[in-house]
Design a protein around this ligand. Structure first.
Ligand SMILES: O=c1ccn([C@@H]2O[C@H](COP(=O)(O)OP(=O)(O)O[C@H]3O[C@H](CO)[C@H](O)[C@H](O)[C@H]3O)[C@@H](O)[C@H]2O)c(=O)[nH]1
Length: 344
């Protein structure tokens, strides 16, 4: 396919490219551009099986925070034109009990990467941020300009990096886009890759494990929130649509767009009960649900205002209903009930 990226963006480094969102982005880069894609991943939470077999994809097994290694084996060897950075710890409750681990990995790790990038004068950086930077939002849908008051260390570490990027942009001319994901879910429609966390903590994979008979029921964490049915509202966005947004963002920067932050969601909120219902409909399984106590750190509702990403980046979504998203996740989970362990 003809490249949608400007000619000068020949080599894109995807840090964390064997993870869930990273691997879908690598795939879209191979589909939507002519660039060579370099994947840097230490396979701590990612899977080698996600890596496409293509002469335009180069896998480098290593740790993004190992400055010497990254300098020697990546930036000194290849002329990298742009970096997409997906490596991060993402489990909110763990960040509350072990904040230093999160600051070390998410903040220090990114700082080290930026230092090597600066040395090699890499101009473009696409950063995986999160809706967790908002904390408990005052408005819905949430505009990217809304106040950022994280309520957990995970969100805080992402916000620290967002702020660091602004100063790097002023001081060194780095061009960046911070992309705040809402709830990533679903799986590629054609290739056998999908969502697999160990242990699993995300809602849709857990519900589908019930449908597969691997769990007896899904626990609904709290039904006394200030929402239509008392369960939390989230904005579920298909991982392929998220992946595409990274390519739009890089195009935008490479064509002279100014560094900025963007929200990425569908603008549609679904309660936990509505997500369970959608999964019942798609799978045909009764999926027993049990109301359980609230989980710490859950805001009532998080729905993205994504107009800015649409208007400024020209981002469009392919998936606009929860059922269509769940269908792709179900295909992956049915074909790979043990995740990547036995995947082919
Ligand atoms: O077994 C479960 C799992 C989840 N939930 C509920 O389902 C909703 C979605 O939970 P997820 O764990 O799937 O996702 P989160 O909204 O907690 O987290 C997402 O958004 C966060 C920022 O808000 C982080 O970015 C995180 O990595 C990302 O997955 C929440 O209300 C949660 O309480 C349940 O009721 N039962």
């Amino acid at each position: 396919m003809a490249s949608s990226l400007p000619r000068e963006v020949k080599n894109v480094l995807v840090c964390g490219g064997a993870g869930y969102i990273g691997s879908h982005t690598v795939l879209e880069l191979t589909r939507q551009s002519d660039s060579t894609v370099y994947i840097l991943d230490n396979l701590s939470t990612g899977y080698e099986k996600t890596i496409p077999k293509s002469d335009r994809v180069v896998f480098i097994n290593g740790d993004v925070s190992d400055v010497d290694f990254v300098d020697r084996e990546v930036f000194s060897k290849y002329k990298i034109d742009a970096v997409m950075h997906f490596c991060a710890l993402i489990v909110v409750p763990e960040s509350v009990t072990n904040p230093l681990k999160y600051y070390d990995n998410n903040v220090v790790g990114t700082l080290r990467l930026l230092q090597v990038m600066q040395k090699h004068e890499v101009p473009y950086f696409i950063f995986s941020s999160t809706a967790a930077v908002f904390g408990i939002p005052e408005t819905s849908p949430i505009d990217p300009s809304a106040a950022t008051v994280p309520i957990n260390p995970y969100g805080e570490t992402k916000l620290v990096v967002e702020r660091m990027l602004r100063w790097c942009s002023e001081a060194y001319g780095l061009k960046f886009a911070s992309l705040r994901y809402f709830n990533a879910c679903g799986a590629d429609k054609e290739i056998n890759i999908g969502e697999c966390h160990k242990p699993e903590s995300h809602l849709i994979p857990i519900i589908l494990q019930v449908a597969l008979g691997q769990r007896e029921n899904v626990q609904v964490f709290g039904d006394d929130y200030n929402t239509v049915d008392g369960t939390c509202v989230r904005d579920y966005i298909h991982v392929t649509d998220l992946a595409t947004a990274h390519i739009r963002a890089l195009e935008y920067l490479a064509k002279g767009g100014k560094s900025d932050v963007f929200n990425l969601g569908s603008g549609l909120g679904y309660t936990v009960k509505e997500v369970v219902d959608a999964c019942r409909k798609v799978t045909g399984h009764p999926i027993p649900a049990v109301v359980s106590p609230r989980r710490g750190g859950d805001p009532d509702s998080l729905v993205a205002g994504s107009k800015k990403a649409e208007e400024v980046l020209g981002w469009t979504r392919k998936y606009d209903s929860i059922e269509k998203i769940v269908e792709t996740a179900w295909r992956w989970h049915k074909n790979n009930p043990h995740g990547f362990d036995h995947a082919h």
